[in-house]
Write a protein that binds this ligand. Structure first.
Ligand SMILES: [Zn+2]
Length: 348
């Protein structure tokens, strides 16, 4: 009963927003994306190409009116579960019965993906998720960011950017719910985050609020008045079935929340909301060996792991900076001075 009440409230929040959409958004017409039009009731998978940028997309333009939902994977090159989850979802969705339009961006960073890179694009050594809103005349990554801002974020009403832990990171699955000081947008974004069904929800207000300097992909949505979530599902550059299935369910919950599919988003029965993430830093270049793992509860001062030099001598004990839960930890040895081998979630 409690669950049903919550679902009703969540859906009400989304529907209130949808009522505010302009009638032109609600009138079904061809959906234009990077020069290709997808008609109502039609699904198209293609390489969206402009200049030197080419991105694999599937547009599912539902026959019935509704919002535009952008789902993206592969912003970083070695984060795989969401890529498979969104392939499955894109194949499954039926444009004839869908309400609204789903844009699946299968891989935002093809060069990083093929280059087996953690976060950077080998063409310019830049992190796509730090280059928004981008520059059409800039470097390779800046050009991708500019195209994503203009062609993908601009027509979207809601956005989920789906990440994972890179090859060096173990992560507790979590969703970032940003806030930018606009109460209606922040509240709706938080309801959207809960509706993903993810248990660990990190409140995130640490980004620029200037649309001309939006920095990250989701923040580009937020600074333009659209809810933009980041999910982190799976880790260590794995493509395990459990993470793929969970990412698929999270994506599908976002469609339920927006009433694009019949059914209800089921929020987690015991959500944990985090007000902050804290990091402990290494004072040395060397090797990190953890003694805790993700999900462990720690108190301030708990031993997290050891930093040793290249000769095997322990040079630092990394300790928890606060009470909290281990959200991310470096599982592979290399560590540089000033980098954080651990992130600790501080619950509200
Ligand atoms: Zn990432």
């Amino acid at each position: 009963m409690y669950m049903l009440k919550r679902v009703g409230k969540l859906k009400a929040a989304a529907l209130t927003f949808l009522c505010l959409l302009s009638t032109s958004t609600l009138a079904k017409e061809g959906f234009e994306l990077v020069g290709v039009s997808t008609q109502p009731g039609q699904k198209q998978a293609y390489m969206a190409t402009e200049g030197d940028v080419s991105l694999p997309v599937t547009v599912i333009n539902g026959a019935q009116p509704g919002p535009v939902l952008l789902l993206a994977a592969g912003t970083h090159g070695d984060e795989f579960p969401a890529i498979f989850a969104l392939q499955k979802l894109a194949k499954e969705l039926d444009a004839k019965t869908l309400k609204g339009t789903v844009v699946v961006l299968h891989l935002s960073n093809l060069d990083g993906f093929h280059g087996h890179r953690l976060a950077l694009n080998p063409k310019d050594e830049k992190n796509l998720n730090r280059e928004f809103p981008g520059d059409k005349n800039g470097t390779a990554t800046e050009q991708i960011a500019e195209l994503l801002t203009r062609e993908f974020i601009a027509p979207a009403d809601f956005f989920v950017d789906m990440h994972s832990g890179s090859s060096n990171q173990k992560l507790l699955d979590h969703v970032y719910s940003p806030f930018v000081g606009d109460k209606a947008l922040d509240d709706l974004t938080f309801e959207f985050a809960k509706a993903t069904g993810m248990q660990h929800i990190v409140m995130y207000g640490d980004r620029p609020r200037d649309p001309a300097n939006s920095i990250s992909f989701p923040n580009t949505a937020m600074t333009r008045g659209k809810p933009g979530l980041t999910t982190e599902i799976g880790h260590l550059a794995q493509r395990d079935e459990a993470s793929i299935e969970f990412a698929y369910q999270v994506a599908k919950n976002s469609l339920y929340f927006l009433d694009m599919l019949p059914g209800d988003a089921i929020p987690h029965s015991q959500p944990v909301i985090y007000k902050d993430i804290e990091y402990a830093k290494s004072d040395f270049d060397g090797l990190f060996t953890p003694v805790v793992t993700i999900g462990d509860m720690v108190t301030k001062g708990t031993k997290i792991g050891l930093i040793s030099d290249y000769f095997g001598n322990v040079v630092q004990t990394i300790k928890a900076p606060s009470d909290g839960i281990i959200m991310m930890i470096n599982e592979t040895p290399p560590i540089k001075k000033g980098k954080s081998p651990v992130a600790i979630g501080i619950a509200q």
